[in-house]
Write a protein that binds this ligand. Structure first.
Ligand code: ADP
Length: 250
């Protein structure tokens, strides 16, 4: 298995929040994780990247159980870009993780340049991260993860703190990441975040209630979620039509 989990269950003290979760994510796949607030999305992502450990089951990365040695292969992007900035300059921020794992200086500079250009922050190496816009800060967070060359990137509602411009910047970055074959899981309840996913996994009350194709998910009504524009229009049209027919038949 490239990445996923088997029979994963998790409780915060007495409170069970995830029950028997099984995931199988293929290399290069773009997966949307959806569910209402409190359904367990963040907890699942934290288990998948090794910030939390499950009481039952296991997370698998490239056929191995996730542990403190290989969890570096899983990158995690937080909801709030403010929480992820460490460096005094953009370049230092990206360098931080690389220094920690002992990447040689020359290689480090190469990776920093590549990561910054992939997220569209090239040339801002010496800028103060705190002076960046929300979208730029989140792109910097992505660059810092990307430079570590993870096997998979997990994003926990990466656009929810951003304005429309910032959100569009992140969509562009995600498109770039897909083009270079990155594997991504994005937790969100915004339809626009999920427009290009290969597959949807829906959680309800800590259990997977849907796994499959995106269009089918929006038709299925398996959980309440923001609908794509064409589905909204279709439903409104059907409702209006029904009202009209009812009126004619009355
Ligand atoms: P989501 O990301 O879908 O909103 P979460 O994973 O944040 O869901 O939360 C799932 C459940 O776990 C919720 O009932 C939430 O209140 C609870 N929970 C989340 N974090 C903690 C924590 N640190 N301690 C106790 N309960 C928590």
């Amino acid at each position: 298995m490239f990445f996923g989990c088997k029979n994963l269950s998790f409780s915060y003290y007495e409170k069970k929040v995830l029950t028997n979760i099984n995931l199988d994510v293929k290399k290069g796949e773009f997966v949307g994780l959806v569910g209402s607030n409190g359904s367990g999305k963040s907890t699942l992502l934290k288990l998948l990247c090794g910030i939390l450990f499950p009481q039952e089951g296991e997370v698998i990365i490239k056929d191995q159980k996730l542990d403190e040695h290989n969890r570096i292969k899983v990158g995690y992007i937080f909801q709030n870009p403010e929480n992820q900035i460490i460096g005094v300059t953009v370049e230092e921020d990206v360098a931080f993780g690389l220094e920690n794992i002992g990447v040689p200086r020359e290689k480090m500079l190469e990776r920093i340049e590549w990561a910054l250009s992939t997220v569209g922050l090239e040339g801002l190496n010496h800028a103060d991260p705190n002076a960046l816009s929300g979208g730029q800060k989140q792109r910097l967070a992505i660059a810092s993860i990307l430079a570590m060359e993870p096997e998979i990137i997990l994003m926990d509602e990466p656009t929810s703190m951003l304005d429309p411009k910032g959100r569009n910047e992140i969509y562009k970055v995600i498109r770039n990441l897909r083009e270079i074959g990155e594997t991504i899981i994005i937790a969100s309840h915004h339809y626009s975040d999920l427009e290009h996913v290969d597959k949807i996994i829906a959680l309800n009350d800590g259990e997977i209630v849907y796994e499959g194709e995106k269009d089918q998910f929006y038709k299925s009504n398996v959980i309440q979620s923001e609908l794509p524009f064409n589905e909204k229009i279709k439903r409104q049209f059907n409702a209006d039509l029904k009202e009209l027919v009812d009126e004619i038949c009355r």
